[in-house]
Structure formats: structure tokens, C-alpha cells
Design a protein around this ligand. Structure first.
Ligand code: CS2
Length: 429
């Protein structure tokens, strides 16, 4: 069998990013695990090919991607996935389960006991339902089968994602599989990565375009932008696909790239999402065309740039971002990016503020983004966020800024101890 990647999280981003790099590199196949929606795994099983629609400003191009050869549905049980992890053909694991999919307690770096799936997996390690529990059971099977080294690559927008995953795996193993820890240290590596490609939820217009052009209904079709970037830390346990030959950068230190992306792209995205939602704009590009809001978006990027290493060309990066966000052919909804703010604001907005405050940097734009979040939480209905109730409760208090700091599980609020920051957010509100 060809060398295989076992991927967790069969969402649009994987299908538009790592799958494309792997298909281009050649020589490897992917088996992908759908974490929640079994219909995605079934779709791959019945038709292991899907359409990638790349939406450039001057029009779309279509391409078939065939590299995902099998689908597994975690909601139907972990056993088949655990079995695959014990196969020596599986040499790489990649992961896109979103920030909240890890069950991470950011304060300790260990498992979050209030995370329902993590709590279940800690209590029932032999029948896991989540990422970490399934990985640990799979690693135990791999050790027993002596199936060899494994490179495990988190591709989610979390700072220091490889190291964070490694620590979480170790601290969770300490409870559920203590005999596994030394073997993991010797056999597995967890490279840090920065991944980037704007990939909105597939729109009806894209599904229709694919139907017309290919003559078939394709539930796995994805739409994305021309730009793509993948920076991976050089820390591999064994072979990997030749991703470097097709544009991925393998580097000693991912942190500068990752900070630039999280703070400038994702930070500006969150600002766009909340300001856009409040102003009644549907799409990111509408916010970019709004003369009152666009300078505030730019100001988030410029202030974030001040916190980054001087070796980075942050002005060229900001210019490129503005063009990408303004792409008139991509329907990227503000409300999609607005989801899970509790999982995003700490690294995107609060972290740069923490660096700006001691050097007297301007925090106005970040305060406006935070105020927009609070205002959105106060007024919006049916918010999608694991901390939704507590956040909305806080946002509806007379003093929402002080209430926000009290929300259990919200990371990074130590910045609110700074009077200048608190005042800036209150003023923006
Ligand atoms: C976005 C990201 O939804 C969001 O929170 O900021 O998904 C963003 O589009 C990607 O990180 C771009 O690479």
C-alpha cells in the first residue's frame, strides 16, 4: 500500500489545503476522518473525488482532487480509526478540527474537564469520541503492533500548535494511558505549522457551478482563493510527502510566520467579522468596500505588525491581505468568522495587545475590535461558541468589560488588568 496520511477533520479547509499539496506532491494517499458528520465520510467512500473551485477575481477554475481515498466517521465508533493508526503504511497524521476540537484547557495546557467530548474520553478511554482520546487509543495500538514512527501535524490556527498538541497528548496520556508516554516521546514528533488559505463554507452558487460544469452533484465540492501557504517545522519522525517540491516551506522556526498570520490575517478577520455583522454586511468583501470600516481593519493589521519581528515584510503582507479580503468572487460570510470568538480572540486580539501595552503602542483598533465583539455578543441571537451563554451574559451586564474578565474558560483576559486597555475598550464601546 502507498504511504498514507490519516487526517482528522474532513472539513472544507483540509480539502482545499493539505489535500491539494499532497495530491500535487504525488506518491501518497489520504484517509480522512469526519469528526461529526458521517455523510462526508460516506461521500468519500462512494465517490473518492471532489471538485476544487479556485475563485480568482477574474473568474473560477475547476479541478478534480482524487487523493482522499477513504473516509471514516468517528461518530460511528473509533475502532476502525484506531486500527488504521496501527498500520505501518500510515506514517503521518494531519489534523484540522478547529480551535475548539482539541478539548484543551489553555490555562494548564492539559485536558479541559468541562469539554464534553474530552470529559467523556477521560472517563471512557476505551471508547473515545474525540480527537485526543482516539489518537491515544490509536497510539497504544501502534505501540503494541510496533508499527513505527509517526509525525503528527496539527494544522489549526492555534499558536504553537505542534507543541500545544504534544503537551496535551502527554498530559492526557498521564491520566488514561500512563505507560504510553515514553513511547510517544521516542516515536512521535509534533511539528508546528502555519496554514493559510481562505476557504469559506461552500456556497449554493459553487455547488450549482460544479453541477453545471461536471454534470454531477458533488457534496464535497469546495471553493477557495488562489493564494495558499504552508509553513512546517522541520521535525519529522519519518518520511513525509514531498510537500516542499510543491510550495510548502520547511523551516526551523515557525513562530514568526504563525504570529504574522494569526495577528494580521486572523486578527483583521475577527475585526471584520464583528464590525461587519454589526453594520449589516454579509461578506468580508463588503466590509473592505465600506469606507468607514476599512481603515479600522487596516489599523488592526498595522498595530499587529508592530508586535512582529522586524525581519518580516509586514507592509507587503498587509497589502496582499487587503487584496485577498477584497476578492469580489469569494462569498466569505462575516457570520462564519464570527463563530467561536472565545477560541479566537485570545491569540488574535489579546496577544498583540499584551505586546503593545508595555511599549506604548496604539491599541485603539484592537479595542474597537473587542468592543465590536462585545456589542455583537450583546445583540446577536443563536451565537455559535462553546462559551456562548457566559459570554452573552457578560456582554449584557452594565459593565461588560469587567464582566468579560470573569467568564470561566476565556483565555488571555489578563490584559484587562491594564487600565489603558480597559479604558480604550470602554471608550470604543
Ligand atoms: C478565519 C480563518 O474563520 C476564521 O476564523 O479567520 O478560517 C481564515 O479564513 C483562515 O485561517 C485563512 O487561512
Amino acid at each position: 500500500m502507498k504511504p498514507t496520511i490519516l487526517h482528522f477533520g474532513l472539513g472544507a479547509f483540509h480539502r482545499a489545503h493539505q489535500a491539494v499539496y499532497t495530491e500535487d506532491a504525488g506518491g501518497w494517499r489520504i484517509e480522512a476522518v469526519s469528526m461529526r458528520d458521517p455523510s462526508l465520510a460516506d461521500a468519500i467512500e462512494t465517490h473518492p473525488s471532489y471538485t476544487l473551485v479556485t475563485r480568482a477575481p477574474d473568474g473560477p477554475t475547476l479541478r478534480q482532487i482524487d487523493v482522499i481515498e477513504r473516509g471514516h466517521a468517528l461518530s460511528r465508533g473509533a475502532a476502525p480509526i484506531v486500527e488504521r493508526l496501527a498500520d505501518p503504511a500510515v506514517q503521518v497524521v494531519t489534523i484540522t478540527v478547529t480551535e475548539k476540537g482539541y478539548g484543551l484547557d489553555r490555562a494548564t495546557g492539559g485536558p479541559d474537564h468541562t469539554h464534553p467530548t474530552m470529559a467523556h474520553d477521560l472517563a471512557t478511554p476505551e471508547a473515545p469520541r474525540g480527537l485526543i482520546g482516539t489518537l491515544l487509543l490509536g497510539l497504544a495500538a501502534r505501540k503494541a503492533a510496533d508499527a513505527g514512527p509517526l509525525t503528527i501535524i496539527s494544522c489549526d490556527n492555534l499558536p504553537d500548535n505542534g507543541r500545544v498538541l504534544e503537551r496535551l497528548i502527554h498530559l492526557t496520556a498521564a491520566r488514561a494511558h500512563p505507560d504510553l508516554r515514553a513511547w510517544i516521546t521516542q516515536t512521535c514528533t509534533f511539528p508546528n505549522t502555519m496554514v493559510d488559505r481562505i476557504t469559506p463554507a461552500t456556497s449554493d452558487a459553487t455547488l450549482e457551478l460544479v453541477r453545471t460544469e461536471t454534470g454531477r452533484t458533488d457534496p464535497l465540492a469546495v471553493e477557495t482563493e488562489p493564494f495558499t501557504q504552508w509553513v512546517i517545522e522541520d521535525r519529522f519522525a519519518g518520511p513525509i510527502p514531498d510537500w516542499q517540491a510543491v510550495g510548502a516551506e520547511v523551516v526551523a522556526e515557525v513562530a514568526p510566520y504563525e504570529m504574522m498570520k494569526l495577528r494580521m490575517l486572523n486578527g483583521a478577520h475577527s475585526a471584520i467579522a464583528y464590525m461587519g455583522a454589526l453594520a449589516g454586511h454579509a461578506y468580508v468583501r463588503d466590509v473592505m468596500a465600506d469606507r468607514a470600516l476599512m481603515p479600522r481593519v487596516r489599523a488592526v493589521m498595522d498595530a499587529a505588525a508592530r508586535t512582529l519581528p522586524a525581519t518580516l515584510d509586514t507592509s507587503a503582507y498587509a497589502r496582499a491581505l487587503i487584496d485577498r479580503f477584497a476578492n469580489p468572487t469569494i462569498d466569505h460570510r462575516c457570520l462564519q468568522i464570527a463563530m467561536d470568538g472565545s477560541q479566537k480572540m485570545p491569540q488574535r486580539i489579546f496577544a498583540p495587545v499584551r505586546d503593545l501595552l508595555p511599549v506604548g503602542g496604539d491599541v485603539t483598533a484592537h479595542a474597537q475590535a473587542t468592543a465590536a465583539w462585545l456589542r455583537y455578543l450583546r445583540t446577536a441571537e443563536g451565537i455559535s461558541d462553546p462559551l456562548a451563554d457566559a459570554l452573552q451574559d457578560a456582554a449584557r451586564q452594565d459593565d461588560p468589560v469587567s464582566a468579560l474578565v470573569q467568564v470561566p474558560g476565556l483565555d488571555g483576559t489578563d490584559v484587562f488588568a491594564d487600565a489603558r486597555w480597559k479604558k480604550a475598550v470602554r471608550q470604543a464601546l
